[in-house]
Write a protein that binds this ligand. Structure first.
Ligand SMILES: C[S@@+](CC[C@H](N)C(=O)[O-])C[C@H]1O[C@@H](n2cnc3c(N)ncnc32)[C@H](O)[C@@H]1O
Length: 367
């Protein structure tokens, strides 16, 4: 489709979409990087309205302003492309994000009630060993943890990549008083994360961004003392670009902490299939040596690699067993479909670790 094929005489945007605030939305549209494949919530609401509008009228409205149209077409192409090529990879990876609200309801906590980080952290950590692992990372990295007073806060700035429900970000901010930028690609997770952070009274400390770390420009090169990321890099095959981006966001001598999978030895075809279909890994993970080499190639000076396979393997075994023991309770709270999906996933992870080819690691890379 070329721009010139579109009708150029058109009613104004304000005529057709009376509550459309041209200035605000125009400003946000101008801010869109044509290369993004995820747009912010307010932008997506606007695009959705245009898309669901009568297409003819919608296009006429867009032709009103060629700059808007350019951005629209670019974004539309990228969205279409994303849906087509990333359907089962990185767009919607985690389903049933509402589970956390059902768990809170079981504790008598209603929507919009204020929350305590320690209450919610039982349910908002999508990685192994929950807050224990976050506390351990804080110590290892030496994130300032000033004594707790009303005014206490750490001067450290942390970027949490693939924040999920925001659990690790909130826990870090609560524990240390540091400021966290939490970037999460999946919009529903991002929205729940933002809601939980507000209800925990941590919005001043944790800033949530919805975007793909590879595409979204946080615009704060060299500003972060630490990057942290729990079980996210496994979903991102473009490691070279990822590590280069991370390197760019860190201050001199800044540190990147990553928990991830690695390849201990060759996977069987069946394992590869599970990694792709159930764990949403487009490529199997790298070996320990490849992982370290790729991080160093991005410019990092030192890389510490800690093999935690045994501990994660035990965790997965126990998780699968205890989940199944409480089948009746989980079915009652979440429904049969959700129970079965979770059960199959926990089982698949237990199987993968049991096979002995998948490894777990904690990495610290220093700029
Ligand atoms: C296993 S969850 C971990 C969530 C969180 N780190 C935690 O430990 O609770 C992986 C998360 O990474 C997010 N993710 C995957 N690829 C991403 C990307 N390219 N940019 C931002 N987030 C991404 C997923 O949407 C998902 O929420």
């Amino acid at each position: 489709m070329t721009h010139s094929s579109l009708p150029l005489t058109s009613p104004s945007i304000a005529d057709l979409l009376p509550d459309f605030d041209a200035d605000i939305d125009h400003a946000s549209l101008n801010g869109i990087d044509p290369d993004v494949n995820l747009i912010t919530f307010s932008q997506s609401k606007y695009f959705n309205r245009l898309l669901t509008h009568d297409p003819h009228v919608g296009l006429s409205v867009l032709s009103h302003n060629i700059r808007v149209l350019d951005l629209f077409l670019d974004s539309l192409a990228t969205i279409t492309n994303t849906l087509a090529t990333e359907k089962n990879t990185t767009y919607i990876i985690y389903s049933h994000v509402e589970r956390i609200y059902k768990e809170l309801e079981q504790l008598g906590i209603k929507d919009n009630d204020p929350l305590d980080v320690h209450q919610v952290s039982q349910f908002d950590q999508y990685h192994y060993h929950g807050t224990e692992s976050v506390a351990e990372a804080t110590k290892k990295l030496g994130i300032e943890t000033p004594p707790k007073t009303i005014l206490s806060s750490s001067s450290h700035r942390v970027l949490d990549i693939g924040a999920g429900l925001g659990g690790p970000s909130r826990y870090l901010a609560e524990l240390t008083g540091c400021k966290v930028t939490a970037i999460e690609m999946q919009e529903d997770l991002h929205l729940v994360a933002t809601d939980l952070t507000r209800r925990c009274g941590l919005s001043q400390k944790v800033t949530h961004i919805c975007g793909d770390i590879l595409k979204y420009d946080i615009g704060e090169a060299g500003k972060y003392d630490f990057i942290v990321s729990w079980l996210v890099f496994l979903h991102i095959p473009e490691k070279k670009r990822l590590f280069e981006k991370c390197f760019g966001y860190l201050k001199a001598s800044g540190q990147m902490y990553v928990e991830d999978f690695w390849k201990k030895s060759e996977f069987l075809p069946e394992e590869k299939e599970i990694l792709s279909e159930r764990v949403y890994m487009r490529d199997p993970p790298p070996s320990d040596l490849d992982y370290i080499a790729q991080i160093k190639e991005a410019g990092f000076d030192r890389v510490e690699f800690d093999d935690v396979t045994d501990s994660w393997s035990d965790f997965c075994k126990q998780r699968a067993e205890s989940y199944r023991k409480l089948k009746e309770r989980h079915v009652r709270v979440h429904g049969k479909d959700v129970y079965e999906e979770q059960d199959a996933f926990f089982d698949a992870m237990d199987f993968l670790f049991h096979q002995g080819h998948l490894g777990g690691c904690k990495l610290i890379a220093t700029k």
